[in-house]
Design a protein around this ligand. Structure first.
Ligand code: ATP
Length: 369
């Protein structure tokens, strides 16, 4: 078991409120990612769960037990932090085995069982050929994997990880993501994982909490936060390239509903958004559409939006075409291969998949529909 519950947690450092009223229920066995930009409070949240910091307000529970002011050693969690410290005088093997040696009696493990576990996890992290070395004889990325192995060798209630793959090169990082996810699923140990890398979060998480300025903006599955962002912040933080945001004015429509006046086109507001807009007196919105939900063509069709190609970015299997619409609005359009060669200056027509569009209040950033 390893359910983690943060209830209205606040943490201040002097005048800085690092964590500002965070409530999260992390399910048993879940791979849960805290995602957000630098300084948003991810690490502090993790340190609060670990017991390395105590909150100013709120409570923290693990499996229903109030651990708010308990010492790290009494929480049965294993941590791996960005600034890992290895024991310099010990070999890699002993560094990894250390937490098991410390609690050998309590865990009821024989020396052979410890050895097996250490070798197993070292193999998984591809450091099994380094077991006899000392940390000083390792690269930064190898040291980071030793620190990760030292956390993974334990079977605690919760694994807490702060950017544990940040020092690895791109290829190894991809491989380690997959290994870590597989191990976590095999063992079913609840994991709270901190990263600022949205691709990493999307690829590993069961659920993601997107954080900004000490608060949780949205919690959901990777699909949820990608397809149903509840705030402009989530729409633009997740996705590469991020969601297009088109600034539009609310104007009188032809029928009973108001209309959207956008750069290069006008469009009636859907009923549910129209009701919110009228109730709150909203005057301007962002129309949000992901780059893959816009089709591009050289032929005009009814309702298509005219534009001029600004630049084409080839990304291997796909292209991102930047298209100028209106006076100075650029939309990014993602296409798999290009049937027709597009060049800057070409006249094109865009068709937005309106079923996938999000409308955000420009003033608050919150989604309307
Ligand atoms: P990063 O991705 O850069 O590590 P983060 O999202 O993990 O960022 P935190 O490290 O949790 O952010 O920091 C949140 C805020 O709290 C920041 O403004 C930071 O400067 C501040 N902060 C964190 N620890 C302390 C501390 N010990 N003393 C003072 N301020 C702190």
């Amino acid at each position: 078991m390893g359910e983690v519950f943060l209830d209205g947690v606040v943490k201040r450092f002097g005048r800085v409120t690092a964590v500002n009223g965070v409530t999260l229920r992390i399910r048993d066995g879940e791979f849960f990612v805290l995602l957000g930009p630098s300084g948003c409070g991810k690490t502090t949240t993790l340190r609060l769960i670990a017991g390395l910091e105590f909150p100013d307000e709120g409570r923290i529970y693990i499996d229903g037990e109030d651990v708010t002011y308990k010492d790290p050693k009494d929480r049965n969690v294993a941590m791996v932090f960005q600034n890992y410290a290895l024991y310099p005088h010990m070999t890699v093997f002993d560094n990894i085995a250390f937490p098991l040696y410390m609690r050998r009696r309590e865990l009821g493990l024989t020396k052979e069982e410890i050895r097996k576990r250490v070798v197993e996890v070292a193999r998984l992290l591809r450091i099994d050929d380094l077991l006899n070395r000392k940390p000083g004889q390792l690269s930064g990325g190898q040291q980071q994997r030793v620190a990760l192995a030292r956390a993974l060798v334990r079977r605690p209630r919760v694994w807490l990880m702060d950017e544990p793959l940040s020092n690895l090169d791109a290829l190894l990082r991809l491989a380690m993501r997959a290994e870590l996810k597989k191990l976590q699923k095999d063992l079913g140990i609840t994991t709270v994982y901190v990263t600022h890398d949205q691709a990493e979060a999307m690829s590993m998480a069961d659920r993601i909490a997107v954080m900004n300025e000490g608060r949780v903006v949205q919690v959901g599955s990777p699909e949820d936060v990608y397809l149903e962002p509840r705030h402009v912040f989530v729409a633009t933080f997740i996705g590469a390239p991020p969601m297009n945001l088109i600034e539009c004015k609310i104007v009188e429509g032809v029928g009973p509903n108001p209309a959207l006046e956008c750069p290069g086109f006008t469009r009636p507001l859907p009923g549910d958004a129209a009701r919110v807009v009228e109730a709150r007196g909203i005057k301007s919105v962002y129309l949000g559409v992901r780059p893959e939900f816009i089709a591009i063509s050289k032929a005009e069709t009814p309702g298509s939006i005219p534009g001029i190609v600004y630049v084409v970015e080839p990304l291997g299997s796909e292209h991102v075409v930047n298209v100028n619409i209106g006076e100075d609005t650029i939309l990014k359009v993602k296409v798999l291969g290009l049937r027709e060669k597009l060049r800057p200056g070409d006249k094109v027509y865009l068709n937005i998949d309106w079923s996938k569009v999000k409308i955000f209040d420009k003033a608050t950033g919150e989604v309307l529909a």
